[in-house]
Design a protein around this ligand. Sequence first.
Ligand code: NDP
Length: 241
Amino acid sequence: MSRVALVTGGTRGIGAAISIALKNAGYKVAANFAGNEEKAKAFEDETGIPVFKWDVSNYQACVDGIAAVEAALGPVEVLVNNAGITRDAMFHKMTPEQWGEVINTNLTGLFNMTHPVWTGMRDRSFGRVINISSINGQKGQMGQANYSAAKAGDLGFTKALAQEGAAKGITVNAICPGYIGTEMVRAIPEKVLNERIIPQIPVGRLGEPEEIARCVVFLASDDAGFITGSTISANGGQFFV
Ligand code: NDP
């Protein structure tokens, strides 16, 4: 019987690659998105993966959205918390709105999504929660005090929850991608990418979304049952913890 996997922000970028890789690995996959209907529809048409719209920063929307996914596919056994945003600014110019949007989506979103599926995972004695954090949560990044704080918070959440889930067959792990060639990164001016960012990456290139997706497929598998509370750094050698 194939397991049910839910990927937040699963219609674009890294999330789309994760949704597709899980589907190819035999999971029944649902992909959540926030509002880009055009991209979501094109993704659904192309992949056959059903898409579900809600905002992960809204707890009740997550409860309702997860209920809709479970009615369509069955209980969520693998949750990939991938949805994320940036609202970059140097701290002296950062607004409370920029701070709040990033914390609410990138950190509180993990509570909002994981809490409604947690009891079911405990009851079934099986679960996989995989959180997509960031290299910038590990090392900090100027211009991203909000994002770095949220992504570092994701790692604390991962380690705490791993301890709670362990005896119930639930693993909770994080992946910290370095720079991956998605729209989020391609939005950086090409000159900055080529002259400042890529030279900092020892392998000499951006990562591919599929390279993160393969880590997710491994962590979701039965083979990874002894791995919990861990962080996979997938950053081309840019930073070692
Ligand atoms: P993209 O901007 O390409 O895609 C983001 C996805 O998240 C979209 O599907 C978007 O939906 C969805 N999303 C955003 N906000 C919400 C929300 N409030 N509720 C539900 N869905 C939401 O991002 P990436 O693929 O680049 O990044 C994916 C994850 O990886 C993020 O958590 C990011 O922080 C992290 N990451 C990315 C790196 C990179 O180099 N790209 C590096 C390190 C970490 P919609 O299409 O509707 O807008």
